[in-house]
Design a protein around this ligand. Structure first.
Ligand code: PMV
Length: 296
């Protein structure tokens, strides 16, 4: 019997990096999904995943699942995706969560969302060595989430009518490297970095309210402030800064990098009538606009 499951990708709205150190963040799901099909086989465990570059997430998920639930791993797994892993939209976390869900269906094991999160987060830590788990939480719970490190708090926020223009910088970010590199720098000046994290945390708390109230002007200003602090952390790039700047100049409420920095995507918050103008401003400086729905 062939069992299917899927999970969505994600976009970090506020609080990246600080969330690795015990502070909150806000993250939302995007419409593209990763799909997983599993079936029992008489032979060895086999993965057929032409779009997944890094098979370690699928392999580690199967290992953890089979150990925890004491089932054998004689399975065939196929995965396919609506989006390229190059954008940093969370294909690794989505494939991890979709694999856990597919396996639980295959073996008819009732598994709660918290259990999916815990298992998925373990996989991320085993494979990457670092991470807050925000991406696993979004893939598991969906929607827009206020999240604290390791899933200490996972709170769903009702956000309606948010329009984001998303720009890809053209460079794939290496999240583990950037997180580990920042950790080294923090080691040398902990107090200074803690101060920045505190400021980011305050922004996240304010954004939690402004997002739910659909107060886009305030939310946009908070995005600009958050981006400035990420620049102070040294994780932005010239291209990301430029893309944020042109988006704001073209009428966006605000803009910031989204995720680890060092490449991947930026997001800008816009009113519906400014979407085209902001998109053109990003394309004009050779950014790639990604069309996805958010808050799914
Ligand atoms: O690069 P992304 O989109 O996976 O985002 C990383 C966000 C960090 O806060 C830097 C790391 C984490 O796991 O929270």
């Amino acid at each position: 019997m062939n069992i299917k499951a899927s999970a969505p990708g994600k976009l970090m709205l506020f609080g990246e990096h600080a969330v690795v150190y015990g502070y909150p963040c806000i993250v939302t799901t995007v419409s593209p999904r990763v799909y997983v099909e599993v079936e029992k086989t008489s032979g060895q465990f086999k993965i057929d995943a032409p779009q997944v570059k890094d098979l370690r997430f699928v392999e580690e998920t199967v290992k953890q699942f089979c150990e925890k639930y004491k089932v054998d791993s004689k399975i065939l797994i196929k995965t396919y995706s609506d989006f390229s892993s190059k954008f940093g939209l969370g294909s690794s976390s989505a494939v991890t969560v979709a694999t856990v869900v597919a396996l639980s269906k295959l073996y008819e094991i009732k598994i709660s969302k918290k259990e999916i999160f815990d298992l998925g987060y373990k996989v991320i830590l085993n494979v990457q060595g670092v991470g807050s788990g925000f991406d696993i939480a979004t893939a598991t719970y969906g929607g827009t989430i206020y999240f604290v490190t390791g899933g200490k708090i996972i709170e769903q926020l009702i956000v309606k009518g948010m329009h984001l223009v998303i720009g890809y910088s053209g460079t794939k970010a290496d999240t583990s490297y950037i997180v580990k590199n920042l950790e080294l720098r923090i080691h040398n000046s902990e107090l200074e970095h803690r101060k920045i994290f505190e400021k980011i945390s305050k922004i996240v708390e304010e954004a939690k309210i402004s997002l739910v109230n659909a107060d886009w002007k305030t939310t946009g200003e908070l995005m600009n402030q958050n981006h400035k602090l990420l620049q102070e952390l040294g994780v932005s790039t010239e291209k990301l800064d430029k893309m944020c700047q042109v988006a704001v100049n073209a009428g966006a409420f605000g803009a910031k990098l989204s995720g680890a920095g060092g490449g991947d995507c930026m997001i800008s918050l816009v009113s519906e009538d400014k979407i085209k103008k902001v998109e053109s401003s990003i394309i004009n400086i050779c950014g790639e606009v990604i069309h996805v729905n958010t808050n799914i």
